[in-house]
Design a protein around this ligand. Structure first.
Ligand code: DP6
Length: 323
């Protein structure tokens, strides 16, 4: 029995993935583009063990129930099918987030699990194949195999739906400031939320056009290190994704009161000459995109308003590592 440990970092999408074309294979409706972050990551150790009578999953020192670990069991079944491994596995996972608040992510979790489980089962997968495998656990995990700016090309089947590095080594003094507004689990998971947007929002067809245009515009902006263009695109893209939740039936929202206040704060910073733009995923927490010289102004303002313990500065981070 060989134990393998892998580390994967979370990523924040600048052009979002919000909707599946195939819910079983997790093929998205559109491509997406993200930045991997250095501050938030998951370490996962997997060992297949002939003495086990079931897969066991321990997350941050707590053994998960069979129901809570259902997605992990299904994922390990995939790895067993592919490798011929027949034993059950023990999975031990630790989320590294600077405060114990709301930034645990399925992206880093399934990327690390894909790496550790495939190697422990004797597979030696390329990074592209790891990306395809991680996708089966959670769509956003497909991008966390790579560092820096990453594009998930939607594709149309298991082979073609895969992430590719867009700019792995980022030589651009930028930061993402995470503002933790609510540590609680979301009531509507991204999985449920995006499905309801696809099937009930009348704006969904327009979203697909928005994403195509945003991807075409953000790539040259990133390559040119055009901060304003990149910021404007990522903020508008996030708001348009959230418009799909408001326009779903039944309508819902991931925002809370603090989210709206924080958005206003970022707009005020901008008006005062501190260039910064926000994005947010399926939850109330904001990530504020800014340039390194503006970090003190951004963090001071957010800390004064929301508390210093809620503000975490992240930079571009690396792809998957084996420890
Ligand atoms: C808003 O990857 O969590 O963060 O594929 O169903 O596991 P599943 O969804 P998930 O959705 C991420 C949605 C998002 C946008 C993004 O990361 O692109």
């Amino acid at each position: 029995m060989t134990a393998v440990t892998a580390r994967a970092h979370t990523n924040i999408a600048l052009v979002k993935y919000w909707g599946k074309a195939d819910t079983d294979l997790i093929i998205p409706q559109t491509s997406s583009l993200s930045l991997t972050l250095d501050q938030f990551y998951t370490d996962t150790t997997v060992a297949f063990d002939a003495t086990l009578t079931t897969d066991t999953v321990t997350l941050d020192d707590t053994r998960l129930s069979t129901t809570a670990s259902q997605k992990v069991h299904r994922f390990l079944d995939l790895v067993r099918q592919r490798s011929g491994e027949t034993r059950f596995a023990s999975v031990t996972s630790t989320n590294h987030v600077p405060t114990a608040a709301g930034l645990a992510s399925s992206a880093s979790a399934f990327a690390a699990l894909a790496g550790a489980a495939s190697r422990a089962a004797g597979l030696d997968l390329s990074r592209a194949d790891l990306s395809r495998l991680a996708r089966r656990g959670s769509g956003s995990a497909t991008r966390s195999i790579f560092g820096g700016f990453v594009e998930w090309q939607a594709g149309h089947d298991d082979q073609t739906s895969v992430a590719v590095p867009f700019q792995e080594h980022v030589d651009w003094p930028i930061a993402m400031v995470a503002l933790l507004l609510d540590p609680h689990h979301k009531k509507i998971s991204s999985r449920q939320g995006m499905q309801s947007s696809v099937t009930t929002s009348p704006y969904y067809p327009a979203w697909k056009q928005v994403v195509a245009a945003d991807l075409a515009a953000i790539k040259p902006a990133i390559l040119a290190q055009d901060f304003t263009a990149t910021g404007e695109i990522l903020e508008a893209n996030a708001m348009r994704m959230h418009a799909l939740t408001l326009s779903a039936n039944p309508p819902y929202s991931y925002f809370n009161g603090d989210t709206l206040t924080a958005m206003q704060t970022v707009r005020h910073l901008r008006e005062a000459g501190v260039a910064s733009y926000y994005t947010l995923d399926a939850g109330p927490n904001l990530k504020v995109f800014c340039q390194t010289p503006d970090l003190p102004a951004v963090t001071t303002q957010l800390a004064a308003q929301f508390g210093a313990n809620r503000v975490v500065v992240a930079h571009p981070g690396p792809g998957i590592q084996f420890l």
